[in-house]
Design a protein around this ligand. Sequence first.
Ligand SMILES: [Zn+2]
Length: 68
Amino acid sequence: MKDDVVIRLDRATAEDLYVALNELGEHIAAGAPITPPTAEEVERLGRLLRDLAHSIGRKCNPHCDHLE
Ligand SMILES: [Zn+2]
């Protein structure tokens, strides 16, 4: 479909995304603590957020010049 967004994730990033969303949900629902991510998780999730931002037409940061 025309407005669909498709992002392909490697296994590690998919696992990081699952954990982040799951912990966020548990945090919102029941105040469960959020585990601080490792440096590698921060790196992978940062790349995912950047790619997702671009794929929906958003800037990845205030100075982003990756969009046309
Ligand atoms: Zn950008």
